[in-house]
Design a protein around this ligand. Structure first.
Ligand code: SF4
Length: 367
């Protein structure tokens, strides 16, 4: 069905699976799927994951869609005990500190798994143009690479992606032409829509996935619902759970970078009057955010080679972590510090933008 229209694909999916298939609706422009389903004149089911952290506009939109199509959305909620354990132990915003996977697992992936166990097939609004790293190869229909259907086991669930080959602007033209209601967040600049704390509007020219989990690496931006999109060899690397030898591999390796020992960084931090400014990253080699900024930090070190600014790294996990938290302002990895020339205290880089130009602007402002 690679060249079939979304309507043909939808019709075939509903015809083939009847009551054992459902549309996964996120509250964004995937409302187009519901419109296509209606156009087939076949009965269809729709489910949504209510994570408890959606924008009020999205809840209102769910209600609008139910009324517009005369349907009852089958909401899937997370397990209350699991959510309670997560927020009691780690707070309401742990995803900003150690990544979104844990919270997404509790609030999205497990409820989705439960929903899919009652089906033989599901329909998603994934498109190839949505994510540069993870969605470029999605087919129109596939055996679900990650989840199981009601019969259990590999191959028990089929995943239909009727708009895989459609571009974002064509979806919008379709919605407009068919007078389909849309989430009012789109009028505020949101393209991708998810949970309120993890979604933001994007600027003209920015890719829509930059509005999701923007503090994390672009290639890792799958919440687990479509994690089969990430190639297996990348999963171990992105999750920091590769084999032991990979975990032992150090990062930020460059002749332009000084590896500081505990004694070295204690000396540096203790100097009241440094002869040259130092930029130092506090890192953990297994941390995917550190891995994601490795290229830009090494390039920065190259650019600063020969200048008065020294560039260093200090591995601050394991037994060094408590010291780094107490004495070096370590919050999460990576933490970047500038030790200015004539000042005793270090300045922490406040931004999540870790490209070469942003880091260089920070250095130039304080050197
Ligand atoms: Fe949690 Fe954010 Fe994932 Fe929503 S998108 S489940 S708030 S980490």
């Amino acid at each position: 069905m690679g060249h079939a229209s979304p309507l043909e694909i939808m019709d075939r999916a509903l015809e083939k699976f009847g009551n054992d298939i459902a549309i996964a609706f996120s509250g964004a422009e995937d409302v187009a799927l519901i419109e296509y389903a209606k156009l087939t004149s076949r009965p269809f089911r729709v489910f949504s994951l209510d994570t408890g952290r959606l924008n009020p506009e999205t809840y209102q939109f769910f209600d609008t869609v139910e009324k517009h199509y005369g349907i009852n959305i089958e909401y899937m909620l997370p397990d209350a005990v699991e959510v309670q354990a997560l927020v009691r132990s780690k707070g309401l915003f742990s995803f900003y500190e150690d990544g979104h996977q844990e919270c997404c697992r509790v609030r999205k992936v497990r409820p989705l798994r439960r929903a899919l166990k009652g089906l033989r097939a599901w329909i998603t609004g994934q498109r190839k143009d949505q994510s540069p790293g993870t969605r470029a190869e999605i087919p129109v229909v596939q055996v679900d690479p990650s989840f199981e259907g009601m019969d259990g086991g590999v191959g028990s669930l089929v995943k239909w992606n009727p708009v895989a080959n459609v571009e974002g602007r064509d979806i919008w033209n379709f919605l407009q032409a068919m007078n389909v209601p849309v989430n009012s967040l789109h009028l505020q600049g949101y393209i991708s829509i998810g949970c309120e704390p993890c979604t933001r509007p994007v600027l003209p020219g920015q890719h829509e996935r930059e509005g999701r989990w923007w503090w994390e690496d672009a290639k890792a931006k799958e919440c687990g619902l479509h994690k089969g999109n990430i190639r297996q060899e990348e999963v171990a690397q992105l999750n920091g759970n590769g084999n032991e030898s990979a975990m032992d591999n150090d990062i930020f390796n460059s002749q332009n970078l000084v590896t500081l020992s505990r004694a070295g960084i204690e000396n540096l931090a203790g100097l009241k009057n440094r002869r040259e400014p130092w930029l130092v990253v506090l890192y953990a080699p297994w941390c995917r955010f550190c891995q994601a900024m490795e290229g830009s930090y090494v390039e920065l070190a190259e650019k600063l080679a020969g200048s008065e600014v020294k560039v260093g790294k200090f591995r601050a996990d394991g037994e060094q972590k408590a010291y780094a938290q107490q004495e070096l302002q370590l919050g999460s990895f990576p933490t970047i510090l500038l030790f200015p020339k004539h000042s005793a205290s270090a300045v922490k880089y406040p931004s999540e933008k870790r490209d070469v130009d942003s880091l260089m602007a920070f250095v130039n402002a304080l050197r």
